[in-house]
Design a protein around this ligand. Structure first.
Ligand code: NAD
Ligand code: GLY
Length: 365
């Protein structure tokens, strides 16, 4: 990986605007950044998980020494199961024990699970307190840390409870990606390939270079954050249809993730299958050329992401999980398709029959 790298991307949202700092060796500066943003800050809680905490919390906590700000750590078990109401309640109780108030700050240090959970706790604690995101996975750096979607899962379906709460700052230290296990590194590329598919077809070549260990990961991460930032700026609360384009591959991907049960497939692995199905549906319904379908599928394979459904996952379970999707309205689904690589739109032409065929098609890729 080419290091070092440094870039700041501004997310312009009026009074909720914030910077995303992308670079290396950023963790030792977290305390100073927090003080700059909140000069009267007295109390901070860092929420992390049992994998990330032992590697990075010392540096983050240490960055507050000498600032006059007290900094406590809350560690939750690593994994999707921590995105639960019961865990959110525990974390909020932890905030109370430490004495956080509305002038305090929460820091989410970890992947998308921690960002979603800690962001949600910050959103609901005392009706909302500020938080910083320090994303440590590819997925969380390019996607979940930017845009303010926070929340937890219900046993019935993913991300069913949550709210929009924008962070005050995002610090994406690409150096933290060096400790990611191979599988977690790869799964983040499902979202990067998604961004290329919906918005930036030229990026396919850059992704290929990084896969071949020739590209600049910092620059690629920053390019993806900029794509996400521009979409969030234009449609913060997903009301105009633009932000919905980020759901390309996610309708089926989430249904597959739910049907598999939390933890059996990584989020990015389920999204990979959703992307293949959505690309093929785009070829069938909206004119996407076969070459683009092949490009998307072969890039996913290059990152060892699945393009065929595991044998023990039934089509019925996937379709039943899909009926719980928030995008289902009056029996119709708003489904993101591509007209061409880089040109996505929301279609209402996709029926349950199409979806069922698409899921069957994933059996033989
Ligand atoms: P994750 O947070 O579970 O992290 C994956 C694994 O990597 C975990 O075991 C974690 O402990 C470990 N890990 C994280 N950083 C590490 C590091 N630097 N070194 C070593 N290990 C590390 O998963 P994720 O893939 O980052 O995020 C998935 C979650 O994000 C899902 O819950 C998904 O719904 C959510 N998500 C949210 C949004 C949003 O807009 N809010 C967008 C996309 C995904
Ligand atoms: N990950 C989809 C969104 O942020 O809207």
């Amino acid at each position: 990986m080419t290091l070092p790298f440094s870039q700041t991307i501004r997310v312009e949202l009026g009074s909720r605007s914030y910077d995303v700092k992308v670079g290396t060796n950023l963790l030792s500066g977290v305390g100073a950044e927090a003080k700059l943003l909140f000069p009267n800050l007295k109390k901070v809680v860092v929420v992390t998980d049992s994998n990330v905490g032992p590697i990075y919390s010392k540096e983050v906590l240490g960055s507050f020494s000498g600032t006059g700000i007290s900094c406590e750590l809350i560690t939750v078990p690593a994994g999707e199961a921590s995105k639960a109401m019961s865990r959110a309640q525990e974390v909020c109780s932890g905030f109370t024990r430490v004495g956080l108030d509305r002038k305090s700050l929460v820091i989410a240090l970890g992947g998308g699970v921690i960002g979603d959970l800690a962001g949600y706790c910050a959103a609901i604690y005392q009706r909302g307190i500020p938080y910083l995101q320090i994303p440590t996975t590819v997925l969380s750096q390019v996607d979940s840390s930017v845009g303010g979607k926070t929340g937890v899962n219900l046993p019935e379906a993913k991300n069913m409870v949550g709210c929009f709460h924008q962070p005050s700052l995002v610090i994406a230290d690409v150096g933290t990606l060096t400790s990611l296990p191979d599988k977690e590194w790869s799964e983040g590329f499902a979202e990067i390939i998604k961004h290329a598919a919906i918005r930036d077809a030229d990026m396919f070549d850059e992704i290929q270079k990084v896969a071949n260990r020739e590209g600049d990961i910092g620059a690629l991460i920053a390019r993806n954050i900029a794509i996400k930032a521009r979409i969030v700026e234009a449609d913060e609360h997903e009301t105009t249809g633009l932000r919905a384009l980020l759901n390309f591959g996610h309708t089926l991907g989430h249904a597959i993730e739910n049907a598999a049960g939390y933890g059996r497939l990584l989020h990015g692995e389920a999204i990979s299958l959703g992307l293949v199905a959505a690309a093929r549906l785009s070829a069938q319904l909206s004119g996407l050329n076969a070459e683009s379908v092949t490009r998307i599928t072969s890039l996913l394979k290059l990152f060892h992401l699945p393009t065929e459904l595991p044998d023990d996952l039934s089509e019925e379970e996937i379709l039943s999980a899909m009926r719980h999707d928030k995008k289902f309205e009056a029996g119709r689904i708003r489904f993101v398709l591509l007209r061409a690589a880089g040109d996505a739109f929301v279609s209402d032409a996709v029926t349950l029959d199409h979806l069922s065929q698409a899921v069957r098609g994933l059996r033989n890729s």
